[in-house]
Design a protein around this ligand. Structure first.
Ligand SMILES: Nc1nc2c(ncn2[C@@H]2O[C@H](COP(=O)(O)OP(=O)(O)OP(=O)(O)O)[C@@H](O)[C@H]2O)c(=O)[nH]1
Ligand SMILES: [Mg+2]
Length: 190
């Protein structure tokens, strides 16, 4: 699998031509979206940080895998509070516009923190996505940071959320399942 950075854009207007299928990575700030992309690609290609609010633009990465090409989109996190209200509003507007109008998005990967599976903000993100989800689009929930859980906690989480996937971006665990699921959803491969 090859991956390359294509472009950062502040809004949908400046986005790349929508020629390829896109997967949007979204979730709360600091949940591990950029780290997920790096672990997925096995390459440090997206910027990560311990401080929430690291990713501030819409970042397009092109993936080439067995003659298939698609775009992974790394996005700013939801719910990052430490910026001024006007900046937050501006980001929110651009993110909202992008997610609702980008017709070539076929999959939303909603990342959630395995240690905090019941956050209000994640329920809101889920409801928000479902409010405009088209019939040709899907949502995949992936829990991150499973390296922070005990085996018993991980088992309980899997039981409670059977339709989700679980990864550790740090330990690069769970990515075979993620890749299989993406191939199944995008290209109907089982
Ligand atoms: N232990 C552990 N830490 C992780 C994991 N994924 C991400 N982190 C850490 O969580 C912090 C945030 O990671 P990022 O990938 O920058 O998070 P993000 O969702 O892109 O954040 P924003 O761009 O601010 O929205 C960093 O310190 C990462 O090292 C994981 O699976 N396990
Ligand atoms: Mg980020």
């Amino acid at each position: 699998m090859k991956i390359k950075f294509i472009k950062s854009a502040p809004s949908i207007k400046e986005a790349i031509e929508p020629n390829l299928t896109e997967i949007a990575l979204l979730g709360r700030s600091n949940v591990g979206k950029s780290s997920f992309l790096n672990a997925f690609a096995n390459q440090k290609i997206a910027k990560t940080s311990q401080t929430p609010g690291k990713t501030r633009l819409i970042n397009f990465f092109e993936v080439e895998d067995n003659n298939k090409r698609y775009i992974l989109v790394d996005l700013p996190g939801f719910g990052y509070a430490k910026v001024s209200k006007s900046i937050k509003k501006e980001w929110g507007k651009h993110l909202d516009e992008f997610l609702k109008n980008r017709f070539n998005i076929k999959l939303f990967i909603h990342l959630r923190d395995a240690r905090h599976p019941n956050l209000e903000i994640d329920k809101n993100v889920d409801e928000y996505l479902k409010s405009f989800l088209r019939s040709d689009q899907q949502i995949l929930t992936v829990f991150t940071k499973i390296d922070k859980l005990k085996q018993s906690e991980l088992a309980a989480l899997k039981k409670k959320y059977p339709d989700t996937l679980m990864v550790s971006n740090i330990k690069k665990r769970g990515f075979d399942s993620v890749k299989n699921k993406i191939n199944e959803i995008l290209w109907g491969e089982k």
